[in-house]
Design a protein around this ligand. Structure first.
Ligand code: SF4
Length: 145
């Protein structure tokens, strides 16, 4: 029988695991995903990666193994529903939680609210400043000992 892959943070897997919510129908969910991607672009893939959130409830072995190996597990959620924190905790992990409405003061807007009125292009609902603030908070959470 084939042996299970052994994962070691920073050697054959990422040092830190980020789990992002990504609700594409709200400014908060989109900002969460974009900010996490900016973090990985800034720090590089050895330091951090966005892990597959859907791989936890579906018991995908590499996702579980790499998450177990991570030095820090960080969940980034847009709003108080905290979808990623709940999924990560239900899989048995204890993440550091970031919630954008709580931690950078974002106001959630459901993008469907403007359907039938003046619906804009999706990126017009996203603030570069909020993506930057969220990115900086995630980076400092990863880098602080
Ligand atoms: S935490 Fe909020 S913004 Fe993120 S996916 Fe869940 S409901 Fe959407």
């Amino acid at each position: 029988m084939k042996e299970e892959q052994q994962w070691q943070a920073g050697i054959n897997t990422h040092e830190n695991a980020i789990f992002s919510c990504f609700g594409g129908a709200s400014n908060t969910g989109i900002t969460s995903g974009l900010a996490c991607l900016e973090v990985v672009k800034e720090l590089g893939l050895q330091k951090a990666a966005i892990m597959c959130l859907g791989g936890l409830p579906t018991s995908v072995k590499p996702v579980l193994g790499k998450t177990r190996a991570a030095k820090k597990i960080i969940t980034v959620d847009g709003c108080p529903f905290e979808c990623s924190r709940k999924i990560v905790e239900q899989a048995g992990f204890k993440p550091i939680s970031i919630v954008l409405t709580r931690d950078i003061g974002m106001k959630k807007k459901g993008l469907s609210e403007d359907i039938g009125r003046e619906i804009k292009g999706v990126m017009e609902y996203i603030s570069d400043d909020e993506v930057k603030k969220a990115k900086e908070l995630i980076v400092s959470t990863i880098m602080n000992e």
